[in-house]
Design a protein around this ligand. Structure first.
Ligand code: C5P
Length: 230
């Protein structure tokens, strides 16, 4: 069967970048960013009229999730044939995604698709690196390698802030957000992830816990590469 590597952990520990670099080092692995799928569904909910978290809203969001096609090309995500990789990283999406990810029917639809990706990772691939919050615990409980990335809130917020600062500078735009606001966002997302009723974030059985607070991205990827080759 396909070799499955599950990477879970709190927000802003570099899961996506780590997974992307890890698949570059390992031969024949596909990268599946499950958070990107929740973000993409969130983008698709923006035109909805009912109040967020109302029953009518949850039903419409679930219908959207059940009628969406995804495919990954490298680390780019296509939703219904359109590349949404950039749009899903906006602050608006980041702030709205926890409510969407809390809808049980959204989770069951996406989990089904994630399992399909993992069992048929595509031509020439011998496995997947899938990252998210519930991969080792729920989506792929039999994964051969499970990683849990942790990190201090302030360090994670500083990294996100630096990234946003660099992106704003590159685009020649002012950055209308403070470090305190980013830290509050990170904390709010952690709470939502830990307290979600369906598949909350937790360390899966057999998961190797890595605290990323004092690791560089290169060190982090190096550690995972060693574990994957064992
Ligand atoms: O990893 P990323 O921050 O891009 O994920 C976006 C959001 O999607 C998270 O805040 C989390 O609430 C949700 N998520 C989830 N289950 C996953 C992956 C992400 O609920 N497996």
């Amino acid at each position: 069967r396909a070799f499955q590597i599950a990477i879970d952990g709190v927000a802003s520990t570099g899961k996506s970048q780590t997974a992307r670099l890890l698949v570059q080092r390992l031969d024949g692995f596909a990268h599946i960013d499950s958070g990107a799928m929740y973000r993409a569904i969130t983008l698709k909910t923006f035109p909805l009229k009912p109040a967020v978290s109302s029953t009518a809203w949850a039903e419409q969001v679930a219908a959207i999730a059940e009628n969406t096609q995804f495919h990954f090309a490298g680390s780019r995500l296509f939703m219904d044939g359109e590349d949404v990789s950039t749009d899903i990283r906006s602050l608006e999406v980041t702030r709205a995604v926890s409510a969407v990810a809390a809808v049980p029917a959204v989770r069951s639809a996406l989990v089904r698709m994630q399992r399909d990706f993992a069992s048929a990772p595509g031509r020439g691939s011998r496995g997947v690196v899938m990252e998210g919050r519930d991969i080792g615990s729920t989506v792929l409980p039999d994964a051969q390698l499970k990683i849990y990335l942790d990190g201090q809130v302030l360090v994670r917020a500083e990294r996100r802030f630096a990234e946003m600062h660099a992106a704003a500078k590159k685009a020649g735009l002012p950055l209308n957000v403070t470090l305190e606001e980013i830290m509050a966002d990170v904390q709010r997302r952690d709470t939502a992830d830990f307290e979600r009723k369906t598949s909350p974030l937790k360390k899966a059985d057999r998961a190797v816990v890595i605290d990323t607070s004092f690791l560089s991205l290169a060190e982090q990827v190096g550690m995972l590469e060693v574990l994957a080759r064992e």
